[in-house]
Write a protein that binds this ligand. Structure first.
Ligand code: C2E
Ligand code: CA
Ligand code: CA
Length: 550
């Protein structure tokens, strides 16, 4: 028998003939040795009719264990007299993979012994390749053919791994949404494509990504002067839209790897910050981040990085600033202020620390730490026979946690601090959120029911302080330092402060003036009827061990 001929039964002849046209067909004996392969199979697999006969079905797959396991399980089913169907990867004679949907059908003897098997396959390699292409498209910006943001991250990470030196350049088209020629989607596409062409021409083989509608990133080994030259290049090669030459203005930021920043996220953030710096100074330039901003940003990263360790190692401290009560002529309260001094970073002021802690989520830890220390401080006064008030600053982020109240209550219990001696200070940003979030409001009123009091901090520095007095359970207001500062020199401020004091008396609120630094300010505020003052004139913030508790 000519081994590539069909088996000589009529059934097989007619069946295989009709399937022959579209399918890859192979046939094996009961041992899995190939006895027949049709032309389609030979075309795809690259085998010649002579060579394929007698090869085993296992040889049609790559010899990796994964694929061999699949053939074994197919064969096991056939041995049981059952058919098998599914998607498999096969291998051509020269080792190239191709993908098929396979149906394997056994023929068994009367005794149930496997005599032969028929394999019908449809070549789905094209479909698989298409799927892979679709996957790739996620990495490509369809409009420009540039890399997408995802791909950019990959390429940057690869370059970092290889230790390449490069500049990460963030570029954005200024005033993009007000370019008046961009009335239609077509003209927008045209502009972006023309702009892309210029980027490609100027930066040649550099990887370029499109980040959003009008922002791009170029990775280049060229130096700053060359990168900045793109601006002039763009002027010399104007883009025409509805026959008008567009003089595009662009802003950009440059960061160097490895000199400036070492990770993708940092490169991206700093390049963006550099571009923002350019934009806020009017745009139309490509620049590196100013040395000063660079320092600030690096310091931010360092603070962020070290904060958790600082909390763990107890390197945070609390300083207490006295508040002088006019009626009793004595100090009746201390405000707790967080302090952090680091060996390398020096003094980190709360104004630096708090916003970073709010961003990285450690604010709850910081807040709990300060509350614990502060309440312990108040408890020590209580035990010494004086009920001293303690004022604790609260960040909005802490109060958004549904456990905010419970945490405070457990600190109160742990420290044994009298609840009615605790004042929680909050600012307008906090108040704004509290108004929106029912859970903040309800936690506030529960705390109030326990005896805690609320102080509206920095009163007058925002824009809606009066409104909050109506809605929130406030008992004290603190007039912001900016008013005290100009009190003596500005008659209008004097009237304003006097007005605030009178108003708060009508509302039964306790009024504290902050930032009092001299006797004249003190006397004037006293004359105006202020309830208490705080500031360097009364005392600077000090650690607990430098304060006499009596
Ligand atoms: P604040 O609540 O307005 O605190 C008063 C700030 O003014 C403190 O700065 C204090 O040291 C400073 N100060 C007090 N008296 C005078 C004075 O006579 N003259 C001048 N020039 N300054 C004075 P500090 O400690 O740097 O705190 C800054 C801000 O950080 C605080 O402003 C508060 O909003 C926030 N903060 C401090 N500690 C914490 C905390 O534990 N948690 C939260 N969430 N925020 C805190
Ligand atoms: Ca405060
Ligand atoms: Ca304040």
């Amino acid at each position: 028998m000519n081994t590539t001929d069909l088996p000589e039964t009529n059934e097989y002849n007619s069946l295989v003939n009709s399937l022959d046209k579209f399918h890859l067909v192979t046939h094996t004996d009961g041992e899995g040795l190939i006895t027949y392969a049709n032309q389609n199979y030979l075309n795809v697999s690259g085998w010649t009719p002579k060579r394929i006969i007698g090869k085993s079905i296992w040889q049609m797959f790559s010899d990796c264990s994964e694929n061999q396991d699949i053939v074994n399980s197919i064969w096991d089913r056939l041995l049981l007299g059952k058919s098998w169907s599914g998607k498999v990867e096969k291998m051509s004679r020269d080792g190239k993979p191709f993908f098929v949907n396979m149906l394997a059908v056994p023929t068994t003897s009367n005794e149930g012994e496997l005599q032969s098997a028929l394999f019908l396959e449809l070549d789905i390699t094209e479909d698989i390749r298409l799927q892979e292409k679709l996957g790739e498209i996620a990495f490509i910006d369809v409009e420009t053919g540039l890399m997408s943001r995802h791909k950019l991250e990959q390429v940057v990470n690869e370059s970092i791994d290889k230790g390449l030196h490069f500049s990460f350049v963030y570029l954005t088209i200024d005033h993009y949404y007000t370019i008046k020629e961009l009335q239609s989607a077509d003209s927008e596409t045209q502009l972006i494509q023309e702009f892309t062409n210029r980027l490609k021409r100027y930066f040649q083989d550099s990887p370029i990504a499109r980040i959003d509608t009008n922002s791009f990133v170029v990775l280049t080994a060229f130096g700053d002067w060359y990168i900045q030259g793109f601006y002039d290049f763009l002027k010399q090669q104007p883009i025409y839209l509805s026959h008008n030459a567009q003089t595009l203005s662009i802003s950009g930021g440059i960061v160097r790897f490895p000199e400036d920043q070492q990770t993708y996220v940092q490169l991206y953030q700093v390049a963006l910050a550099a571009a923002d710096e350019v934009i806020s100074s009017g745009g139309g330039r490509i620049a590196s981040l100013s040395a000063e901003s660079h320092k600030t940003l690096n310091r931010r990263h360092e603070i962020d990085r070290k904060m958790l360790t600082a909390l763990d190692r107890n390197s945070l401290h609390v300083a207490y600033q006295p508040q002088f009560d006019i009626a009793s002529n004595s100090i009746t309260c201390y405000e707790a202020l967080v302090r952090w001094e680091d060996e390398e970073l020096g003094v980190i002021s709360p104004d630096e620390l708090i916003p970073i802690a709010e961003e990285n989520g450690l604010i709850e830890e910081v807040g709990a730490y300060v509350a614990e220390e502060a309440m312990t401080f108040a408890t020590n006064w209580h035990r010494a026979g004086t009920d001293m008030g303690i004022s604790i600053n609260t960040s909005v982020r802490e109060s958004l946690n549904p456990q905010w109240k419970d945490r405070l209550i457990s600190i109160l219990n742990d420290t044994g601090c009298p609840a009615n001696k605790v004042y929680l200070e909050f600012t307008e940003t906090f108040a704004l959120k509290a108004e929106e979030e029912q859970s903040v409001l309800s936690q506030m009123s529960e705390l109030q029911n326990l005896g805690l009091q609320f102080t509206l901090d920095d009163f007058g520095s925002g824009y809606a302080s009066l409104r909050y007095l109506q809605h929130l359970p406030v008992t004290t207001i603190k007039i912001d330092r900016i008013f005290t500062e100009v009190l003596l020199s500005n008659p209008k401020t004097q009237k304003l402060v006097e007005g605030i004091i009178q108003l708060s008396k009508k509302l039964n609120l306790y009024t504290v003036a902050e930032g009092v630094v001299n006797e004249d300010q003190f006397n004037l505020l006293k004359k105006m009827g202020i309830d208490a003052v705080q500031g360097h004139y009364i005392g600077i913030p000090l650690p607990a061990d430098q304060i006499d508790i009596h």
